[in-house]
Ligand binder design. Sequence first.
Ligand code: GLY
Length: 588
Amino acid sequence: MRTLALALTLALGMTPALAQETADSVAPETATALGSTLAGPLAASQAAKDAGQPVAADDWMVVAAHPLAVEAGGRVLAEGGTAADAMVAVQAVLGLVEPQSSGLGGGAFLVWYDAKSGEVTTLDGRETAPLAATPQMLLGEDGQPLGFFDAVIGGLSVGVPGTPMLMQEAHRSWGRANWPGLFAEAITLAEEGFPVSPRMAASVQRDAERLSIDPQAAQQFVPGGAPLQAGDHYENPAYGATLRTLAAEGAAPFYTGDIARQIVDAVENAARPGLLAPIDLALYRVKERPAVCADYRGYDVCGMGPPSSGALAVGQILGLLSPFDMTGLGPDDPHTWRLIGDATRLAFADRGRYVADSDYVPVPVEGMLERSYLNNRSELLRRDTALPKVTPGTPEFDHALNWADDADFARPATSHITIADAHGNVLSMTTTIENAFGSRVMAAGFLLNNELTDFSFRSHRDGVPVANRVEPGKRPRSSMAPTIVLDNGAPVLAIGSPGGSRIIPYVANAIIAHLDWGMDVQQAVSLPHRVNRFGTYDMEDEAMAAEMQAFGFEVKTRSLNSGLHAISFGDRLQGGADPRREGLALGE
Ligand code: GLY
């Protein structure tokens, strides 16, 4: 561990190229710079990634967004720990080395394949609105939605974090390693320091002004007014102290003890004070929910149901494409991308109207994935040009579906962890603090989320309520799509990505690339992105731009900063890490 941190320090003398476009995007070339002097198995992983090859292994595999996190997870797996154990170690390190994307102050969704029972279940560790929240809280005095960053920065956007309790619940359910030991690497790194990665430095650079508003965040990320640079030695002793408390006492102090008090103080004293109170933290619970599984060509594509729209939207996209011969069409036929683009738009139309926290809003989960409903919607795609207009369908349901359509603000940030252990268990977990650096408010060494801005800012339209409006105790709708694909009950693929609402097409397209086009996981996560959510076709390459324009799509060429991390299960495990970020696959 220390050796790697030192090697990284020596390696990071370069200035990262910055992509200015999105809140959490860094040009892909900075990602490979991080690994240029990695040692041992991590160096081999980086070389495989640079060569566009998957990492192969027989016993276990971990794929995550930073080599230090991957190394911590690998140590746990090599010692016989489960995927749940390894996740705790990975998440504890990620919250330190990639603080812009996830951490203790955020939330996560976890999909678990259990080797013993053969069952897939999900844990909902989503952030929760305080009891004092109201449907109008994201509106200004003029009754209009607050500007995005006006709502994000400060205490108002902070929901009750779920990640610490999720780590504990996963460990209680499926762990076998000693809990305190899972924090060892993260504590050492927090207290002794590590070199700032190009990606973290670029994120700090872009956000320096907003980070400077909060005293703790300013001290950590913009010390003395100078934003951290790539290769700077970075320590976070407050985070180390918090981890020591969690390691010794579990998640309780986070929700009812001293850490809870620090969180509430930070929210109350933020530039825009929030509504979080001690009772909100004390009442927080992780919810185990049944996985939502969709059929795709005989495979079961399983993921996180409401409050996430992830599994429903990915399942709908695949279900809408099922009647078409995607294998025969292949990735080079323009009609492939017409079909994928419009199937995604149809799924987003249903998502925008119907999906919210199902503990508050009846969501037609089964109806949205029902074969005859999808077949009918699929008929809309039998044409030669782009759909001129897309509206939500009316899935079968025993409740009124009279909701207004939702405006979507989700921006790209977040992180994804995929793990297979030597016992046959599989974990796919997407973890977030929402926007890059979340609310920019820091407490006890970690950043607090801004997840409440994943609610609709408007509570209603033309007198009709929005399903995803803010309500006390409700969880905001997510796009996170941690996924496990099964064939006859056995895992064949585990995958997920960050990327705001583009997570959905990133994951769906990579599944198609792997299952229909036979691409290995590294090819599937590296494929140039072509994603369409609301009509505009966002593309990383120009290859299909003219054809899509001829079909009638508006096309925008831009960088698209996914962070797909995947494992496939065949004769051997194969891991693929998104070339757009600093992550690696590591296995044995
Ligand atoms: N905040 C990202 C998501 O939940 O989709």
